[in-house]
Structure formats: C-alpha cells, structure tokens
Design a protein around this ligand. Structure first.
Ligand SMILES: NC(=O)c1ccc[n+]([C@@H]2O[C@H](COP(=O)([O-])OP(=O)(O)OC[C@H]3O[C@@H](n4cnc5c(N)ncnc54)[C@H](O)[C@@H]3O)[C@@H](O)[C@H]2O)c1
Length: 341
C-alpha cells in the first residue's frame, strides 16, 4: 500500500513527536504546518521535511500536496475548527487531547465525520498503550469479577519535563492549560476506558507550587463511574514520577503503571503482585504504536482507541471538574468551639 500522506498541524512539543513517530511507522509521507518561522525551519531541517507551511490554509491551498491524514497538535481551542476544516475536505483526523475547551462545534463535527465517512480519533495516548489495553481485556473478560473502585495517583515535576510551561497554552484554562485539562484528563479518560463513563464528580483544585502561573497544579477528584467509585489525585510538582491506575474488583486488583510500562495483578489477600504484561519503556514507542493504530483505523482494519464521542465524554468530565473545583461544597468540621470559619 502507498504511504499515507500525513500533515502534522503544529510542531511544538507533541507535534514534533507525532512527526517523528508517524515517520517511524514507515507508513507515512509527512508534511507539516507551523506558524512559528524559527521552529518551522528547525523542524524541517531536523527531519528533512520538504513540504512545510505557515498555516493550515496554506497547506490546504497547495494542490501539489493532497494529504489524506491530519494530525492536529495545535493548542486545544483550535482543535474543533481545524478538525472541521479538514473533515469537510475529506481528510481523516487524529486530534490531540483535550478535544476542546468547550462544547461549541462538536456536534457539527461529529455529523460531518459521519457524512464524509472519514476516520477520526482523539489522541488520549494511554488508550493505545499495550499494557493498559491488555489490562482492560482481562477486566472485561471478568478475570477479577466486577470492578468496584478505581484509584488513580499521578504526580510529576512538570518544570523538569516541560521547562517552557510558562510560555505555552498551559498558563490559562482558556487555552487548555491547568492540571485538569492538561494531565488529569488522561487519567480520567483511562479510567473511563477501564470501567465506563464518569457520571458525577466532586473536586478540589488549587495552585500550590508552580512558579509563574496561576492555574491549578494540584487536583483531587472523587468520581462515580455508575456503581464504581473513583478517586483521582494529581500534582505537577512532586519529585517522584508516579503514575498508576488501580482497579479494585470483587475478586482481585489490577494496576497499570505508566512509568514502568506494565500492569500487575493481585488476587491473594496480602499476596504478591504478579507482573502480567510489560511494554517498552522508550516513550516514543508508545507514540509509534499509537500512530500505527490510527493508520490501521484509516485503513479500516481497527476501531479508534478513543472515538470523538469518547473524547467528548471526557471533555464533559473536565468541564464538570473545573466547575466543581471552582465552587466546592465543603462541610465544615464541627468542634466544641463550633465550625471553623
Ligand atoms: N497526548 C499527549 O501525551 C500530549 C502531550 C503534550 C501535549 N498534548 C496536547 O497537544 C496540544 C499541543 O500541545 P504542545 O505541548 O505540543 O504545545 P506547544 O505549545 O509546544 O505546541 C503547539 C504548537 O502549535 C502551534 N500553533 C499555534 N497556532 C497554530 C495554527 N493556527 N496552526 C498550526 N500550528 C499552530 C504553535 O506555534 C506551537 O508550535 C495540546 O492540546 C496539549 O494538551 C498532548
């Protein structure tokens, strides 16, 4: 089969990775657009990409470069307008998370995707992770009985891994920033993948540590996935890299560890963890795998790891968490002196 002609839109942090990782599939002929001229030149030189453009309009105007796949890696408020423009032209779309920062235009995009019969997926990376997929299979097959609780613990020193955080979309919720839309959304989406959609939340979030920004960097969420109780904690400033999602079922417990690229199980009370499946620790491998999966979807050989409808569901949870965190309903602890003011 001929290579897919893939256009990456925005080659900042994740766009550059998509460019490199789609290229590594050996199934893609790449071009990209990027308004930042210095970055555009750097990336074109680094990956020897001949066709690059200042924007999506210029890319679509180039009749000598009819691409069939668009990878949208610009900031979140641009995701829906860009996807709509691409799908209208019959281009398959792989859209970075979060799907958007609000609900505008999403129904129209879904209608257009159905009408134009293009492949579309949201890049919630961990849904393509072989270890998480293997764990889901085991849970769905009933190996541990009915899931009853999800506990997700995530923490990482954001300035170490993303030193430019003060200069990018991260600084404002309106551009897709803050811990909820930036990272917690991955955990929520993975939790929904494992045990079904969240239907209600309580949340607490604050800016605690990160210098130079005011958005929340620390979050706690209590969620319900129907009958399954969920709790999600996350911060972006602790020293250890911690990243686990544990699903407690009636007859056993399954744990996904992103940083160890594996999942574990335990069924004997007080027993030992059993390593069930490990994947590569090389971060690019997760993204190459994700790119291959999306190209399989384009070729009609696979279902999207995260559909637009599933991305929309997680977006609705993001919005509910932000609203809950902004208007928390605290119950004061009553002492002999009465409730604390
Ligand atoms: N799936 C993941 O693991 C993951 C990781 C990081 C970021 N993301 C998501 O990807 C998106 C981008 O994040 P990032 O970290 O790469 O941000 P970034 O700021 O590093 O890069 C965004 C790039 O988009 C470019 N851009 C802006 N307007 C554009 C336009 N009109 N047309 C084309 N390009 C445009 C910017 O110049 C910039 O280079 C965000 O939604 C973010 O949440 C996902």
């Amino acid at each position: 089969m001929d290579a897919h002609r893939v256009m990456v839109i925005g080659v900042g942090s994740i766009g550059e990775r998509h460019l490199r990782c789609f290229n590594a599939t050996g199934r893609a002929d790449l071009s990209f657009c990027e308004p930042n001229e210095t970055l555009r030149r750097t990336i074109a030189d680094r990956y020897r990409v001949a066709r690059c453009y200042a924007g999506l309009d210029q890319a679509m105007d180039d009749r000598s470069n009819r691409f069939d796949v668009g990878v949208i890696a610009a900031p979140a408020p641009l995701h829906i307008p860009m996807a709509t423009q691409l799908v209208r032209a019959g281009v398959h779309v792989f859209i970075e998370k979060p799907l958007s920062t609000g609900l505008d235009g999403i129904q129209e995009l879904e209608d257009l995707i159905n009408e134009r019969r293009v492949a579309a997926a949201v890049a919630y990376t961990y849904r393509s992770h072989p270890a998480l997929r293997s764990m889901k299979q085991a849970i769905d097959a009933g190996r541990f009985g009915r899931p009853v609780q999800v506990v997700s613990v995530w923490g990482q020193h954001f300035p170490k891994y993303r030193p430019a955080y003060r200069q990018i979309y991260y600084t404002s919720r309106a551009t897709g920033g803050g811990a909820v839309q930036d990272v917690l959304t991955h955990a929520i989406n993975a939790g929904e993948f494992l045990v079904g959609p969240v239907d209600r939340v309580m949340a607490d979030a604050a800016h605690q540590v990160l210098e130079g920004v005011e958005v929340e960097d620390t979050v706690h969420v209590i969620a319900r996935h129907g009958d399954v109780l969920g709790c999600y904690s996350l911060n972006q400033h602790q020293a250890p890299n911690e990243n686990s999602i544990t699903v407690i079922c009636e007859r056993g417990t399954a744990r996904f560890e992103l940083n160890n690229a594996r999942w574990l199980s335990m069924t004997e009370p007080g027993g030992e963890w059993r390593e069930e499946f490990t994947f590569s620790l090389e971060r690019d491998d997760i993204f190459v795998n994700q790119a291959n999966l999306f190209l399989d979807v384009v070729e009609g050989k696979a279902e999207p790891a995260c559909t637009v409808a599933e991305g929309l569901q997680t977006l609705r949870v993001n919005l509910a968490i932000l609203a809950a965190a902004d208007h928390p309903s605290w119950r004061p602890v009553v002492t002999e002196k009465g409730p604390k003011a």
